[in-house]
Design a protein around this ligand. Structure first.
Ligand code: NAD
Length: 469
């Protein structure tokens, strides 16, 4: 039979066949293939419909969905494709380390079990404090951990019963679309609603701004630099801000110096220093500074001693005093070559001694350049570390066996994560206890976000019953 594929009836039928109708409202759900919609508004509308559907489903389905999301994101070919793609697309980071970060986010992010009910029972009855969804969350994700943040946010936000609309960084679009597509596939494969995780085809800053003011977005979560955190905090909506850091690693004379040197280089070189928690500068007590540097060199650090070369390096990576994106997340070898330095093949980090006011120490570089600031004693070291952290309250590391000084540093620096005697990444559950997150909310105080951070606390009161004590 010949079908007229140019006739209007055929075209209308074809379009209608692709449109689903929401059970409850009867409104058409625009077909955002693989969770990607042409406009931000369409993405948000579809997520709102999906979230309503989701509210009717049992917790057992949530658990199944999250298990399926983990499974698809751990499939060997998917992990490898995503991590190769993100290195290529963003031009940043280290493939092997990306694999580890991706697996950490996928396996370790808490699910529904994170939502614990509190209860009071007594003569007046029984009251529950329940963790209930916000609805549709708008989440803005960074270039530095695009896939990990999407996986981590999606698991946490959906575990709490929400839908999420992502506004990914333009430099990691392909990777973000792939993650969103795979997560949707996983959800649908176990019978979950479509469009619980969506985005728009062109997520510009304007689209992010549209998302921030959209009436159907009930919560905003921004993971990125100071600009985007400020933007969500100014939105007038409930917002979680996970902003910049500049983590200092303080080493005093009581530390195991050999271990400290290895831990610092391991942490600083991880994914070419992209993680916001990674060691960005070292503050060391003079008495042990030479031995620390000696051991850092044994662990793949290359020391630049010439003052002019240090200043030239600063000019290269921060021309006119502003961080150049050209070197963020690049390898030590790449940066050294651009700076005209001939360094050994196995160089992992470029180290150099600087003053505490040097640009290399003050800026959040996000590349494997590690300035080292010498101090007379641990008290001065704490002062300098606090100054270099800039009040971000993000992450700090200290190597010491002096419990009093460790305690003093923790009280003074007030960071969300304080790692003692280990590499920075131990703070997100990589070789340290505790669950991982890729949205560390210092400014707004949720800390290491998980499902409970994306839930509303609601009190449910039964008067005069259910006390069985
Ligand atoms: P970035 O601030 O350049 O971009 C982050 C996201 O915000 C992107 O999606 C970008 O498109 C968007 N954006 C930026 N300004 C915006 C504005 N005014 N309005 C709306 N959207 C805006 O950050 P980046 O380079 O992708 O990531 C690195 C920064 O993020 C570093 O400062 C790092 O410390 C921080 N970071 C923090 C955490 C954390 O958990 N606290 C995690 C990862 C990265």
């Amino acid at each position: 039979m010949n079908i007229d594929t140019t006739g209007i009836e055929y075209i209308v039928k074809k379009v209608m066949d692709q449109i689903d109708y929401a059970e409850e409202t009867g409104a058409p759900v625009v077909d955002g293939k693989d969770g990607v919609f042409q406009t931000m508004d369409a993405a948000i509308e579809a997520a709102a419909v999906a979230q309503k559907e989701y509210m009717k489903k049992p917790l057992a389905l949530r658990r199944q969905m999250i298990a399926a999301m983990r499974e698809i994101m751990l499939k060997k070919e998917n992990v490898e494709t995503i991590c190769a793609m993100v290195v290529e697309e963003s031009g940043m980071g280290n493939y092997e380390h990306k694999l580890a970060k991706h697996r950490l986010a996928t396996t370790g992010t808490p699910g529904v079990e994170d939502l614990l009910t509190e209860a009071w029972a007594g003569d007046d009855g029984c009251t529950l404090l329940e963790l209930s969804p916000f609805g549709v969350i708008g989440a803005i994700t960074p270039t530095t951990n695009p896939n990990e943040t999407i996986v981590n946010n999606s698991i946490g936000m959906l575990a709490a019963g929400n839908a999420v609309v992502f506004s990914p960084h333009p430099k990691a679009l392909k990777t973000s679309f792939l993650c969103i597509k795979l997560l949707n596939e996983a959800i649908v494969s176990v019978g979950g609603p479509r469009n619980l995780i969506v985005t728009c085809a062109n997520p510009t800053i304007e689209a992010a701004n549209e998302m921030m003011v959209h009436p159907k977005i009930r919560m905003l979560v921004a993971t990125g630099g100071p600009g985007v955190v400020k933007a969500v905090l100014s939105s007038g909506k409930k917002a979680i801000g996970a902003g910049a850091g500049n983590p200092p690693a303080l080493v005093d004379e009581t530390a195991d110096i050999e271990k400290a040197a290895k831990d610092i280089i391991d942490g600083c070189s991880f994914d070419n220093n992209l993680p916001c928690i990674a060691e960005k500068e070292v503050v060391v007590v003079d008495q042990v500074a030479d031995y620390l540097i000696f051991n850092m060199k044994k662990n793949g650090a290359y020391e630049i001693t010439d003052k002019k070369a240090i200043d030239a390096l600063a000019d290269l990576v921060c021309p006119e005093g502003r961080l150049s994106r050209d070197f963020v997340g690049k390898s030590a070898k790449h940066i050294a070559a651009a700076a005209g330095l001939d360094v050994p093949e196995d160089t992992r980090v470029l180290i150099c001694e600087t003053s505490k006011d040097h640009l290399l120490a003050v800026e959040e570089l996000m590349m494997p350049i590690l300035p080292i600031v010498r101090v007379a004693n641990v008290d001065e070291g704490i002062d300098v570390a606090v100054e270099l952290e800039h009040g971000n309250r993000h992450t700090a590391i200290m190597h010491s066996k002096n419990v009093d000084k460790l305690t003093e540093m923790a009280k003074r620096i007030q960071t969300t994560i304080f790692v003692k005697n280990g590499p920075s990444y131990a703070g997100i559950g990589f070789g340290g206890e505790g669950y991982p997150t890729f949205t560390i909310a210092g400014p707004t105080g949720e800390g290491l976000t998980s499902a409970k951070s994306f839930a509303r606390r609601r009190r449910c009161v039964l008067v005069g019953g259910f006390d069985i004590k």
